[in-house]
Design a protein around this ligand. Structure first.
Ligand code: ACO
Length: 373
């Protein structure tokens, strides 16, 4: 291994093949541009596309949505478990536990064929909004909201959490954010899911591990930290001074930079216009002014564009959602991408097991215990 290639963080390494998405020509899911999907499809159509390979017909979509609604029930012991976990536990930790616990009640948990994996993915897609909402409402002493089965996925998700049915603008904004978060080739959490799958393990294990990877602030956890930045800046007048000070003290600005998008994240451009619309509707565009100033300075000074987490934090804030929900909402969407990768990995599997470059001591002999100092 003397002349082996080594790329820290696997940067630039092609670590596998996928037919799910590409970033070669803008972001595309199975050939469709993210701009077209965000404009013309709803999130359940995108979920179907990722899981089944093609956009659904009206009939297929209706069937898919009714299976989704039927899957939304949580097993009673899982609800009890969530209610009994420590109040201070983070929402992502709770969601990771909840997803893992749901696996114990799935009769197909250990079946690995394509249809079983799709069934499990659809069940999780229905259950994750329930898990997020159950914990959120219980810890606030709020009664659970029973899904009616009549709302869209996005509207139902918002109603389960807030108890209120969103208007059409809010529903559309949430739906688009779900579409944009659904899939992104070999990102850290998806790669985690593929590594777990490559050992022959099951979909619940892969998704549980992926939630753990997504939680980190360099990945999905960034959307919660973005809100902390905006709150710290507080007013448009503070923005320029704040960001210049932050950059000169080498502070990492959450929501900026990306391992694979060096000139711009197309998802961020799409969501920005929804943020502006929601802010104008509220009659308060301060956060938009703050965000524009920070964007301008970070681009000028560091050449770094914002990533999807930058606008999504503002979007969720405008939808009246609390910060601790932001990364769990990423899970509510990305579970589709993870599951589709689990299916793809299992159908063309080779154990993922790279090598490391050794940096430890040279070979040495053990000193017997009594002689060690
Ligand atoms: N703020 C300030 N400087 C930054 C930022 C940032 N957000 N991101 C990168 N940089 C700087 C680095 O300090 C480094 O500068 P230097 O060359 O002067 O030392 C340079 O840009 C390259 O940075 P790397 O860390 O090498 O880039 P990498 O590809 O490893 O990191 C990452 C990508 C982790 C996303 C990084 O940009 C970051 O930490 N961003 C903030 C967290 C974030 O927003 N994550 C969400 C990612 S998108 C998603 O998960 C949906």
């Amino acid at each position: 291994m003397a002349d082996e290639a080594y790329y820290p963080g696997l940067e630039g390494v092609i670590a596998g093949e996928t037919a799910l998405s590409t970033i070669e020509d803008g972001l595309r899911y199975r050939g469709y541009s993210i701009e077209d999907l965000a404009r013309e499809a709803q999130f359940p159509e995108v979920a179907y596309l990722l899981l089944y390979g093609e956009l659904p017909t009206s009939e297929e979509l209706a069937d898919f949505q009714s299976i989704l609604s039927e899957s939304a029930d949580l097993p009673g012991p899982v609800v009890d478990l969530l209610a009994n976990l420590p109040v201070h536990a983070g929402a992502m930790d709770i969601l990771r536990t909840g997803i893992s616990a749901c696996g114990h009640f799935d009769p197909q948990a250990d079946e690995h064929d394509r249809q079983a994996n799709i069934n499990k993915a659809v069940r999780l897609l229905g259950q994750i909004p329930m898990l997020i909402a159950a914990r959120y409402r219980t810890t606030r002493g709020l009664p659970p909201v029973t899904p009616t089965g009549e709302l869209s996925f996005a509207a139902n998700l918002l109603q389960l959490i807030t108890g209120r049915q969103p208007d059409a603008t809010a529903e559309r904004a949430m739906d688009v954010s779900l579409t944009l978060y659904a899939e992104h080739e070999f990102n850290a959490s998806t790669f985690t899911a593929r590594v777990v799958t490559s050992t022959g393990s099951d979909l619940y294990s892969a998704v549980t591990a992926a939630v753990g990877a997504l939680k980190g602030p360099l990945h999905g956890g960034a959307n919660e930290r973005v809100m902390a930045v905006l709150e710290e800046v507080a007013t448009p007048d503070n923005a320029e001074g704040w960001v210049r000070r932050a950059l000169s003290s080498k502070r990492r600005i959450m929501g900026f930079g990306h391992r694979v998008y060096k000139t711009g994240d197309p998802r961020a451009d799409i969501l920005r216009s929804y943020c502006r619309e929601l802010a104008e509707r509220r009659g308060d565009t301060d956060l938009e002014e703050i965000a524009d100033t920070i964007e301008r300075v970070v681009r000028d000074e560091k050449g770094l564009p914002p990533n999807l987490d930058w606008p999504s934090a503002r979007l969720y804030h405008y939808l009246g959602l609390e910060v601790e929900l932001y990364t769990p909402l990423f899970v509510a969407s990305r579970v589709v991408g993870w599951a589709a990768h689990v299916i793809e990995q299992s159908e063309s599997n080779r154990l993922i097991r790279p090598r490391s470059r050794y940096t430890g001591p040279a070979p040495r002999n053990i000193v017997p215990l009594p002689e060690r100092e």
